[in-house]
Design a protein around this ligand. Structure first.
Ligand code: S3P
Length: 450
């Protein structure tokens, strides 16, 4: 099944050494938030380095539908004329968030405390994903939501006319849920408090502070207690979006498993809430140098020099690390296939409710490629075959999931036989320049099913 009509099969072939510089696009999480917070400010927010992937473009369209003016000035350069906290107008039509869980959940939160009604939908992948994790806490503000069975999209959200502030302890480690509550709290009077046991990505907190909201984060024995004072006047900002560490993961991991590779990936975030993959790769014995540590767009970043690493070892990846690398398990399971020994990924049940059930999608695809995999509801185990060891010679199903599609293409660059995917079209959601960037480094990709 394709995201937008015709499926686009693609095949990755064993590739020569990867060489050169891989400048990956802007961070997806920060790009969504720059548009949304820009829409909540009064005046013009200027954004550079915005990811022009489909997910983010859908959020830009949604912000227009709610009354903000979003203008494209040139590659990555956008501006948002905001309407202020509580200034959203009722959209005239259904809001289609495409493939993006982040888009729909954050936007639901943003409108939840304004007395307007909006109906949300998305593609076949997004329509399967649970929205109750967001609408349950939003109901505490006084918001009502009417969706399909199991809290699925399409869903109509009726914003609270007289919202009350909320105190909510997250039952799942989810930055999307945390952010939806904080965004809803913006237009509630008094203090909204979110408690997270395990830290998740903190871009919303950083950006709220940047836009002038009163927000504090207290580390307690319960976890992080985040307190936001409602009804601030947000001041427009200049946002420089740093590069996406989740996208950088693909060229980085490709270089680690393709023999003879030596690449530079500039400006990769070292934000502690995002860097779990890089920590894990180093523990496995990956040859990664972290050069020129600095701050860019308010995020700590470094340039990564990555060389082929033929003697990586499987490790046990602890459950506590999951939130800081939640989107990187698919590509880690590919790297684990080219390590010796066993890699155990624990505490990963959230992967079952991403763009696809990523444990199942990776397990089935890797098995088709000749790997031995074990899984349970919350764990994925890969028995590695060492450098060059994956047999390949199979077609993986991507289930409208960009990260599954890219992971199997990277696998095919180092496997003995080519690896195909049934549909490369979802890649545009997060990494529209993936094919050109990877072939520029020396990857061999063809538009066919081998
Ligand atoms: C995101 C949070 C994560 C992540 C998603 C982006 C965000 O989801 O998987 O790709 O921008 O807040 P959860 O917070 O639901 O785990």
């Amino acid at each position: 099944m394709s995201a937008h009509g015709t499926a686009q099969p693609m095949t990755a072939h064993k590739s020569g050494p990867l060489k050169g510089t891989a400048a990956v696009p802007g961070d997806k999480s920060i790009s969504h938030r720059a548009l949304i917070f820009g829409a909540m400010a009064i005046g013009e927010t200027r954004i550079t380095g915005l990811l022009e992937g489909q997910d983010v473009l859908d959020t830009a369209k949604a912000m227009q539908a709610f009354g903000a003016t979003v203008t494209h000035h040139g590659p990555g350069a956008w501006s948002v004329q905001g309407v202020g906290v509580g200034g959203f107008r009722e959209p005239a039509d259904v809001i289609d968030c495409g493939n993006s869980g982040t888009g729909v959940r954050l936007i639901m939160g943003t409108m939840a405390t304004t007395p307007i009604t909006a109906t949300f939908t998305g593609d076949a992948s997004l329509r399967k994903r649970p929205m109750g994790r967001v609408t349950d806490p939003l109901s505490l503000f006084g918001t009502q939501a009417y969706g399909r069975n199991g809290g699925r999209l399409p869903m109509t959200v009726v914003g609270a006319a007289n919202p009350v502030p909320v105190r909510y302890a997250l039952p799942v480690a989810s930055a999307q849920v945390k952010s939806a509550i904080l965004l809803a709290g913006l237009n509630a009077p008094g203090q909204t408090v979110v408690i997270e046991k395990e830290p998740t990505r903190d871009h919303s907190e950083r950006m709220l502070l940047g836009f002038g909201a009163a927000l504090s984060v207290e580390k307690t024995s319960e976890g992080n207690v985040i307190t936001l004072t409602g009804q601030p006047e947000l001041r427009p900002q200049s946002v420089a979006v740093p590069r996406d560490p989740s996208s950088a993961a693909f060229p980085v991991c490709a270089a680690l498993i393709v023999e003879g590779s030596d690449i530079l990936v500039p400006g990769v975030s070292q934000n502690l809430t995002r860097n779990g993959l890089y920590l894990t790769l180093v523990e496995m014995g990956a040859d990664i140098e972290f050069q020129n540590p600095r701050t860019e767009g308010g995020e700590p970043v470094a340039d990564l020099r990555v060389r082929f690493s033929g003697d990586m070892k499987g490790i046990d990846v602890p459950a506590e690390r999951a939130p800081s690398m939640i989107d990187e398990y698919p590509i880690l399971s590919v790297v684990a296939s080219f390590a010796t020994g066993t890699t155990v990924m624990r505490g990963v049940k959230e992967l079952r409710v991403k763009e696809s059930d990523r444990i199942d999608a990776m397990a089935r695809g890797l098995e088709a490629c000749g790997m031995r995999i074990e899984e349970d509801q919350d764990t994925l185990i890969v028995h590695g075959l060492g450098a060059g060891g994956m047999p390949g010679g199979a077609t993986a199903k991507t289930h409208i999931d960009h990260r599954i599609a890219m992971s199997f293409l990277i696998a095919g660059m180092a496997a003995k036989k080519p690896v195909s995917i049934d549909d490369a079209s979802p890649i545009v959601t997060s990494f529209p320049i993936f094919e050109g960037l990877m072939t520029g480094l020396g990857a061999v990709l063809t538009h066919d099913a081998d």
